[in-house]
Design a protein around this ligand. Structure first.
Ligand code: SF4
Length: 331
């Protein structure tokens, strides 16, 4: 089964109090890293670290602003390699790096499907909605090899347990039939994350993701299959993807693809991510660095009035795009 070398990998599994505080405590494995697989062929450049998780349905801390209480994340690290990714610091909690390690050394919870089935069957489980794609992308490249998200979707469907998925990947289309079947049994919601249609910005900020036009096509197909699919227009990146004409292009594309909702979110830069992103920005767009330092200072979020202005603008663009698409008042 081993594809590559056998260099031992020591992860700091049991010394990560931050993970418990941030709701990631499910990652404590039973016996540490089982195997290290070096990707070949279409997975060349990736390394997969197999672990057995003690539990996979993970409670979100009460203090979180997230609109869901339970999550499942079968992978840690993400080959989509977005420069701004909020999840990068979680790799450091494991003793790995938040740069290239995060993008290439993917932790795989090989027992995620069996754990999901067991936890859903537990008498203590109350059948609450579960969100996927909240930490790393459930349809990143590793899914093509391990199919853990597919197995979890099947388990959730069998249990008629409501769930949602957020992804940047068209790999989700391989599960369209399963998702449609699940949505006949329970509430299923999908969101594609599409922050920009600007080719240059996409290439430099999300180098491992499918082209955003392919993601728009996926939005259309998912909705046509009867599964409500919206778009998270995120992140909107100051100085790179926030010009009104750029936003209008995305909003128009979303409306034409049948997105049931369009939710814009400004870039946020939590500690750790901020340093990583600003180091990238200093190399790629040094002309923007001073403006970022002035706007964000030491904060993770821009002022709430900036988010409110963005939400207002995208709402106006969406209403006008829907009027253009359905002048006599369609969907
Ligand atoms: S797809 Fe999501 S989880 Fe993956 S690198 Fe990009 S922002 Fe991070």
């Amino acid at each position: 089964m081993q594809e590559g070398g056998s260099r031992p990998v020591a992860l700091r599994w049991r010394l990560v109090e931050e993970e418990e505080r941030c709701g990631q405590g499910e990652l404590f494995p039973e016996r540490g890293v089982l195997d290290r697989h070096v990707g070949t062929g279409e997975y060349r450049g990736l390394e997969f670290l197999h672990v057995r998780a003690k539990r996979v349905i993970n409670r979100v801390p009460a203090s979180s602003r997230m609109p869901f209480r339970w999550t499942i994340n079968p992978y840690r690290g993400c080959s989509h390699a977005c420069t701004y990714c909020f999840a990068r610091p979680s790799h450091e909690w494991l003793g790995l790096g938040m740069g290239e390690d995060f993008e290439r050394r993917i932790v795989v919870k090989v027992n995620a499907v069996e754990r999901t089935r067991a936890e859903l069957a537990s008498r203590r489980w109350a059948g609450e909605p579960i969100a996927m794609g909240t930490n790393t992308d459930p349809y990143q490249r590793a899914e093509g090899k391990y199919r853990l998200t597919r197995g979890i979707v099947e388990a959730l469907a069998e249990a008629a347990n409501p769930f949602s998925i957020l992804t940047k990947s068209t790999l989700i289309l391989g599960d369209l039939e399963r998702l449609a079947e699940a949505s006949r049994r329970t509430a299923v919601r999908v969101n594609l994350s599409i922050g920009t249609l600007d080719e240059g910005v996409w290439r430099e900020t999300e180098p491992g993701t499918p082209h955003p036009c392919q993601r728009l096509a996926a939005v259309r197909r998912i909705n046509e299959a009867g599964i409500p699919c919206g778009v998270l227009l995120a992140p909107v990146i100051p100085g790179l993807s926030d010009r009104p004409e750029q936003l209008e292009e995305v909003v128009t594309g979303c409306v034409e693809a049948g997105a049931v909702s369009i939710s814009p979110i400004l870039l946020h830069l939590r500690p750790g991510v901020r340093e990583h992103y600003l180091a990238w920005l200093a190399g790629a767009h040094p002309e923007l660095l001073a403006a970022y330092q002035a706007a964000y200072g030491g904060r993770a979020y821009l002022p709430s009035r900036d988010q409110a202005a963005l939400t207002g603008l995208v709402g106006r663009l969406e209403r006008s795009a829907r009027r253009r698409a359905w002048p006599s008042g369609g969907p």
